[in-house]
Design a protein around this ligand. Structure first.
Ligand SMILES: [Zn+2]
Length: 169
């Protein structure tokens, strides 16, 4: 696929084959709408393509289909770099804490008072922004774990990222 199109043409949603669960998790961490499913039939592929999703798979059956990024890489960091290149993803596209890592649902900001019973005291004392998944109710906040994710992301991609968190909130 082309990687040189204008920004509006760049895919911003994905379907990731269920054999690539870590990749799906990281795309959600980056803030992208990412479905993780088994891609068994051509109808599955066409349905996701019609929704505008870029298809990410290691299944050789789909390697030459349009709209497919076929990954040959074995390691997550190599896979992620490949997808970033193929989908022309840039650091500025990344929004941490935008989606639930488990459900893919967009997170919703909740008042700090609603987090008080649900997080450790030190988190409540130091974090100011809390977000919740409307589907599984998992609570997210910016803290040392998000800093570690950011560090890991920078190591895997070679990016240098300054502020990407919570732009949408
Ligand atoms: Zn969730």
């Amino acid at each position: 696929m082309s990687t040189t199109g204008p920004p509006a043409d760049r895919p911003r949603s994905f379907v990731v084959d269920s054999m690539l669960g870590k990749m799906a998790k990281w795309l959600r961490i980056l803030g992208f709408d990412t479905v993780c499913q088994r891609l068994e039939t051509l109808a599955d592929l066409e349905r996701h393509r019609a929704e505008g999703r870029l298809i990410v798979t290691r299944n050789t059956r789909w390697r030459n289909r349009p709209g497919v990024v076929f990954l040959t890489e074995n390691e997550l960091s190599s896979q992620l770099r490949r997808l970033i290149r193929e989908a022309a993803i840039e650091p500025a596209d990344v929004v941490l804490l935008a989606r639930c890592i488990r459900c893919n649902s967009p997170l919703e900001r909740v008042p700090k008072t609603r987090a008080v019973q649900r997080v450790p005291d030190y988190v409540f004392a130091t974090a100011d922004v809390f977000l919740q998944c409307p589907d599984c109710s998992r609570l997210y906040w910016r803290g040392s774990h998000t800093d570690r994710m950011l560090d890991q992301l920078q190591r895997m991609t070679g990016w240098v990222i300054e502020t990407v968190t919570q732009r949408r909130t």
